[in-house]
Design a protein around this ligand. Structure first.
Ligand code: TMP
Length: 219
């Protein structure tokens, strides 16, 4: 376990439904007695949000893949130092929307920089901090991208504009990580209606909280 807290990450391809699910998880955590923090990458704090807006600006078509990977790692490092590590040290449950796995699959697999190269810059950025639990919302890219185009309120970012082939590589990357680390990564089928996905996410949390932090949390 990470320090005295419990570090959970939420991962998934674009349109997997992370934002909807995270809203429901936040409600669930509010009902518990334990302090918690919900945050997101890249961002959550001023310096990292500024880096996020540079990375995701659809006008920045000239951005080199290495620059992109380094900017994500820089935002992550700042976010960890300012937000995540202090919260974990205080014993909080921290739920982070995206973490290193996103860089491994988007920059390592889909952009083609190689998973090991991206892993090594992230090791430097994070000091090796790893999640206790990762919830991966697995969506067929065609389903994910059609959800995005149906959702008028969502910002369209530079990575949404990538081809279907790019998003397929993202998914293959996630499935490979899940196969390598089945104890850490729980795969949830996010092609189903999001209410079913939410139910499953809450069940996983209840089971893991009981097992790993010994808390008998309420329903
Ligand atoms: P989202 O968090 O709003 O889904 O969008 C952030 C976008 O940034 C998404 O397309 C995935 C991408 N991303 C990376 O490519 N690498 C990363 O390390 C992270 C955190 C996000």
């Amino acid at each position: 376990m990470t320090s005295t807290g419990f570090f959970i990450t939420l991962e998934g391809g674009d349109g997997a439904g992370k934002t909807t699910v995270i809203g429901r998880v936040r409600e669930y955590l509010q009902q518990q007695k334990r302090p918690y923090l919900v945050t997101r990458e890249p961002g959550g704090i001023e310096i990292a949000e500024k880096i996020r807006s540079i990375i995701l600006n659809p006008a920045h078509t000239a951005m080199d893949a290495r620059t992109e990977a380094l900017l994500y790692a820089a935002a992550r490092s700042q976010h960890l130092a300012e937000v995540v590590e202090p919260a974990l040290q205080q014993g909080m449950i921290v739920l982070c929307d995206r973490f290193v796995d996103s860089s491994l699959v988007y920059q390592g697999n889909a952009r083609g920089l190689g998973v090991e190269a991206v892993r090594s810059i992230n090791k430097f950025a994070t000091g090796g901090l790893a999640p206790d639990l990762t919830l991966y919302l697995d969506v067929d890219p065609e389903v994910g991208l059609s959800r995005i185009s149906a959702n008028q309120d969502r910002e369209v970012n530079r990575l949404d504009l990538e081809s279907l082939a790019f998003h397929r590589k993202v998914r293959e990357g996630y499935l490979a990580i899940a196969a390598e680390e089945p104890q850490r990564v729980v795969v949830l089928d996010a092609n189903r209606p999001l209410e079913s996905v939410e139910q499953d996410v809450l069940q996983v949390l209840k089971d893991r909280f009981l097992k790993d932090i010994g808390d008998n949390l309420s329903n």
